[in-house]
Design a protein around this ligand. Sequence first.
Ligand code: SF4
Ligand code: SF4
Length: 432
Amino acid sequence: MSQKKKKIESVLIKPAGPDCNMACDYCFYLKKNELFRGEPKTRMSQALLEELIRQVMNQTKEQAVFIWQGGEPTLMGLNFYEKAVSFQKKYGRNQLVGNGFQTNGLLIDENWAEFLAKYKFLIGLSLDGPEHVHDHYRKLSNGQGTWKKVLNSAQNLLDAGCEVNALSLISDYSVQFPKEIFNFFRELGLNQMQFIPCVESAPGNPAKAASFSVNPESYGRFLICLFDLWIDSFYQGQPTTTIRYFDSIFYSYLNMTPPQCDLQFECGNYVVVEHNGDVYSCDFFVQPEWKLGNILSDNLLDLLNSEKQTQFGRQKSQLPQSCQDCEWLVQCRGGCTKDRTQVPQKQDLNYFCSSFKAFFQHADAQYKKMAEEWKIRDKQQREKNKKNMMEAIASGQLVVSRNDLCPCGSGMKFKKCCENQVFSNQNKNCLY
Ligand code: SF4
Ligand code: SF4
């Protein structure tokens, strides 16, 4: 059966490869240095940057999203991103261009903040929480903590007007402090948060989780406490804090596709481009068996639609029987493939399965209530839009062709949707 061709929606780029100016104890990506052993410095050249941007801009239609990540992307220097923006302008074809920038914050000064704000980069700042939480694992190679510097960077970014998402890794240590972490981010003005549970294989014993990994029971309790804090912070039925995982789950209660890949049916909807142009299936699968090609010899769109990438994506939907029979399958989809097939080892179920079950059990009733409220608000809004639209067409302020999509947002053609209602008074302001 022929599959619908995937479109390039976002590309994750590692311009400095695995190179980083921090030495966090729990970092999985530092190990990737072994993959590029022999290269003195892992840096993307300007010629490669131009070819990458040329391809993305040529192969996307309405929008192109570039996510700059590491290692540490600021190691490339500000000039590299000034070039990137100029190439986006040079090769742009009226698309909406988005840039995401995931940084540890060490090098972010006022100049960086000003540039990132000017071009509306969406920042993901790695900050685990208050000082004792952050400095527990996020250190320099000499063992010094980094919290004070990163806090200063957070302030620079906020002062410049950047949109900042706090990225917090949940380890065996930080898992004990959900309330303190949540309140810390809120007080700082970081109301967009993303929490990532940490699990890696123990050195020398892949069957075991490394000591800094969060255990599933503690992570389940963390999610439950965080969810209650999130709900408590609602104002007039609306969230005042964005927590990416909670927001994404809400989509499944509205029968929509969640934006987060671990909650989707299959993986493989984006690709990773390394500093040397090598293209891989996913950030967690930068390994020889999942190398798809290289942008200097291949076309990104072809790689995204290659047999190998399709095979990679399908792994996610090949779930064990216990997932297929699970009452939370629609919300969970088995979680991230990495935590099921790779770390701490290949296992039948996702490492965090018990966390997910405890969390869904706790949050289900609240999500259902929120979904009902959302549907009522959505219906009211649609009716209001429709009324305004009908008045605008009837008065001649809005002109719609019969074959246009109906402005009421139904997704149907105007002639099959609202036309009769609008023109029941015979006042036709429609172009035929
Ligand atoms: S392996 Fe995990 S992170 Fe990678 S695409 Fe799949 S769900 Fe997303
Ligand atoms: S909660 Fe566990 S069993 Fe259920 S779908 Fe998720 S990983 Fe599978």
